[in-house]
Design a protein around this ligand. Sequence first.
Ligand code: FE2
Length: 263
Amino acid sequence: MSEPSPAQQERLAEWSVSRSVDIHCHVLPGVDDGPETLEDSLALCQALAADGITTVFATPHQLGRYDGVNTAAVIREARAALQAELERAGIPLELAPGADVRIDERLPQLVDAGEVVLAGPAGRHLLLELPHGMYLDPLGTIEALNGHGIQTIMTHPERHRYWAGSTERLQSWIEAGAALQITAGSLLGDFGSLAHQEAWRMAHAGMVSLIATDAHDESRPPLMTPALEILSQQLGRDFARTVCLENPLRVFRGERVEACGPA
Ligand SMILES: [Fe+2]
C-alpha cells in the first residue's frame, strides 16, 4: 500500500482512528452508473484519498436493472483488478467488497447462494436500496436478513419522497434492526432541498447510524470532510465521529451498528 495522503494522515491523527471507512461508493469502472473508464475510476480514487478516506467499500449496483449483469463474480473480479491498478498508480486506498443491492424478494436465497455481495471484509451487512419510482416495504427483507445474521443498511432514505416528514415508517425499520445511511452530499444540499431537509431531520431525530459518500464521479464527488465539519458544528463532534468514522469502522469489522442521536 502506498504512503497515506496528507488528508488521510490528518483524518487519522485528528480523530484518532485506525481507518477512515466509506461504506458506500460506486468506484469500480464500467459496471454501473459510476466511472466509465479506468482513468475516471482512478480520478475518483484520488478524490477519495484527498477527502481523507483510507478504505472504501466498492459498492456497484446489484439486482434491479443490473440483475444478471453485475454478478458477485463480476464485482469481485473488478474490485481485485482496480486494487491492483491503485497499487500500480501509487494511490493509497484500500478497497473492500460490497454492493448497493436493489430490494428483491429472492434476496435471502441469493445471499445463501453467495450471489449477493455483502458489505466489507466481514460480510455481516447488506446495503439495501429501494426503488425511487415506487414504494416497496423492506420490513420482511430486514427480518429475513436478521435470520441470516446480517444487518440491513438502508441506503439514503432521505432521498426518497414516500416517507418525507414521517418518522413511523423509518422507526419501524430501525426497530426491526436496520441501520439508516445518509449520503454526505444530502447534508450539504447537493440532492435538493427535500433530501437536505430530510437528512437533517433524521439526524436530529436520532435515526441515523452512518454517513457515506455514495460518490460516483466528478458530478457526485466524495464529501466526507465537509460532512464531518458541518455535523461537528451543528450536532457536535461526538455525533460526527460516531456516524462518519466509528460506525463505518464497526461495519468494516462486522459489528452491528445502532442509530445515534446528537448529545
Ligand atoms: Fe449508491
